[in-house]
Design a protein around this ligand. Structure first.
Ligand SMILES: C[S@@+](CC[C@H](N)C(=O)[O-])C[C@H]1O[C@@H](n2cnc3c(N)ncnc32)[C@H](O)[C@@H]1O
Length: 264
C-alpha cells in the first residue's frame, strides 16, 4: 500500500538507476538488530513504527514481522517503488509513504502514538534537532527513537582490500571518500541532538562478519556515489574490479551501531 504526503523527489542522489544498485547491493539487517530495537522499546503487535528514510526497505522489511504496522517513509518515489516491489508478493503489514522528515508533523496528527521512530543510514540528510523534538510527543509511553548505522562504508575498513579501495577512490575522485557520519563525530551529533530533545541515550553494536564478492564491492560503492554516466561507470567498474581481484574472497566485519533513545 502506498500513500503520498507531498514533497517528492528531493534529490537526484536517490532516484533513477542508483536505486537498483541500492536495492541489490546494500546490506539488510540481521535479526539481532531488530531484536535490540524490539527489546529497547517493548514493541508488540499493537505498535506502529515509523522507519524514516526507509530507502528500498532494508530495515522496514526486517521490522515488519515484529510489530503491528511499519510505515516506511521516504521522499524519493523511486526508492519507495523498489521497496514496495520487494514486498508486493507477500502480506507484510507495511505502509509505504512518500514524505521527508519535514512531513512528520502532518503524519503524527493522523496517527495514534508510535512505538518507535527508526532512522537507518539516513539521519545525515535530515534536520535531526527538529525531527527529534517533533517526534518525542508522538511516542507512546516507553516508546523511543533508534538511530542506526549499517557499519562504516566499505572504504573505511582496516583491511588490505579496503585500503586498496580507499586509494582507488581517492585517485578517482581527487579527494578522500567521506565517512557519511558513521564515525565518532557523526554519532556525537545524534547523541547531542537526542539529549537536547530530552532523551536518555544508550548505545550498542551488533557485530558480524559477512563475505563480499568483488561485484558486491563495486555495486556497493556505486550505490553510494553520484552515479557517473554509463561509459564512465563501466570504466570505473572495470578498473576497480581489476584492482580488487587479488583480494578475493573478501570478508567485511560489519558493526551495526544502534543509538537507542527514550524520553527522560
Ligand atoms: C542511504 S539511504 C538508507 C536506506 C535504508 N534506511 C537503509 O538502512 O539502508 C538514505 C535514504 O534517506 C532518504 N532521505 C534523504 N533525505 C531525507 C529526508 N529529509 N527525510 C527522509 N528521508 C530522507 C533517501 O531518499 C534515501 O532513501
Amino acid at each position: 500500500m502506498a500513500a503520498t504526503l507531498g514533497r517528492m523527489g528531493m534529490s537526484a542522489r536517490f532516484s533513477g538507476e542508483i536505486v537498483q544498485y541500492y536495492a541489490r547491493f546494500r546490506r539488510g539487517y540481521p535479526p539481532a538488530v531488530t531484536d535490540r530495537i524490539v527489546e529497547a522499546f517493548g514493541l508488540t503487535a499493537d505498535d506502529v513504527v515509523l522507519d524514516l528514510g526507509c530507502g528500498t526497505g532494508q530495515l522496514t522489511t526486517a521490522l515488519a514481522g515484529h510489530v503491528g504496522t511499519v510505515i516506511g517513509m521516504d521522499p524519493e518515489p523511486d526508492m519507495l517503488s523498489a521497496a514496495a516491489a520487494r514486498t508486493s508478493s507477500n502480506q507484510q503489514p507495511i505502509l509505504w509513504v512518500l514524505g521527508s522528515d519535514r512531513d512528520v508533523p502532518v503524519l503524527g496528527r493522523a496517527l495514534r502514538p508510535l512505538g518507535a521512530l527508526t532512522v537507518a543510514v539516513a539521519i545525515h540528510w535530515m534536520d535531526r534537532d527538529a525531527l527529534f523534538r517533533t517526534i518525542t510527543p508522538m511516542l507512546r509511553p516507553g516508546g523511543g527513537i533508534a538511530v542506526i548505522t549499517n557499519g562504516v562504508p566499505l572504504w573505511l575498513h582496516d583491511t588490505d582490500w579496503s585500503r586498496e579501495l580507499r586509494s582507488f577512490l581517492h585517485a578517482w575522485q581527487g579527494r578522500s571518500p567521506s565517512a557519511c557520519q558513521t564515525d565518532a563525530a557523526g554519532l556525537r551529533l545524534n547523541r547531542d541532538a537526542l539529549t537536547s530533545a530530552g532523551h536518555h541515550v544508550t548505545e550498542t553494536t551488533v557485530d558480524y562478519a559477512a563475505p563480499l564478492s568483488v561485484e558486491d564491492v563495486v555495486g556497493g560503492v556505486l550505490s553510494a556515489m553520484d552515479l557517473p554516466p554509463e561509459e564512465e561507470r563501466r570504466r570505473f567498474a572495470a578498473e576497480l574490479t581489476q584492482r580488487l581481484r587479488a583480494y578475493a574472497p573478501m570478508i567485511e566485519d560489519v558493526s551495526v551501531t544502534l543509538q537507542l533513545a527514550v524520553p527522560r
